[in-house]
Design a binder for this molecule. Sequence first.
Ligand code: V47
Length: 375
Amino acid sequence: MLSLHARIRDPRLLPLADKVLAGERLSFDDGLLLYATADLTGVGAMAHHVRLQKHGRATYYVKSRRLSYTNVCYTHCQFCAFQAKPGDPRAYALSAEDIIRELEKPENTGVRELHMTSGHNPKLKIDYFEDLFTRIKMRFPEIHLKVFTMIEMDYYARISGLSTDAFLDRCMAAGLESCPGGGAEIFDEALREQICIGKKDAQVWLDTAALCHRKGLPTNCTMLYGHLEEAHHRVDHLLRLRALQDQSHAAGFQGFLAYIPLAYQNEENELSATHVIHETTGTQDLREIAVARLLLDNIPHVKAYWVMISPGLAQAGLSYGADDLDGTVIAEEIAHLAGAKSPQGLRQRDLVRLIEEAGFQALERDNLYNVYTPA
Ligand code: V47
């Protein structure tokens, strides 16, 4: 087997390989170099080395269901094709009965994770969520409730007239078990104003995530890439996530479970109507996975999100640092309304095949990365 150094063609990467082998943390400038180099396979080799050290050939997936309880949204993110303003014929808000009826459908049999992110709808307040979570957990105690981006949580707490702390306590008592990583977009303040005018800023996202961690609620984290951002914005974003995870770990909390790079889907949204933004390419997508694995040394899992980069490329991502293919998903909407060409869901056997054909070990997990042994 070739040594790590032998797989690197850009000599500027060799000091980074030394650091990777010594388990040393990479710097901001190292991050810039990981984006600047044309030696993608060298970057990938370093990321794969770290992946093998952390997880061996284990690759996780979950039987999950995406669902959005409302698409009504008073925030205006230019990259989003999912939002609907009140009065729009597409606008909807689901009742607890609607959601339970949906989950009872045969295609959702065996689902272990309900992942819900939605719009910011001023009609939904704490009573709605308490009722929703309690009823779902009563009917499906085995389904893990993973709900709210950090920005949604902040919004629904405010319009409920509660502190985020009090809102969280009540949601957790009703059954909330973890939070997805969305809503982070890009932290750089000026750029954030360009792609999602008026959305709560990075500090709100980070403070809310820190609060979740302190309450023992694990969360995920994401970055939206492939729009107007440059390499330094991405490195800044990743290092802010790493710094928060350091704080959560220092305080004894699990913090972020997984990081998911989200490839910008460039159709049917205002950002693409007003700017020329090309679809992300395979090398961009693989590099995002690899750079994350190398910079985020304290976040255990990196997902290759097949919904946004295609199942085939996500499979290749397993050799560029990813150890998780997310899940069956079943009925994805947010990316598909913005032009995603992937299927809206995959069967369990499709995920297993993608993982095993790439030479990895497929492990079905729950939301906290406990592994199910096949019956
Ligand atoms: O919050 C919206 C982003 C997020 C677009 O935590 C877009 O396990 C690309 O958060 N192009 C929802 N992205 C998806 C998400 C997620 C996905 C997979 C796993 C996990 C997890 C979380 O998608 C939104 C927003 O940040 N988004 N529009 C778009 N046009």
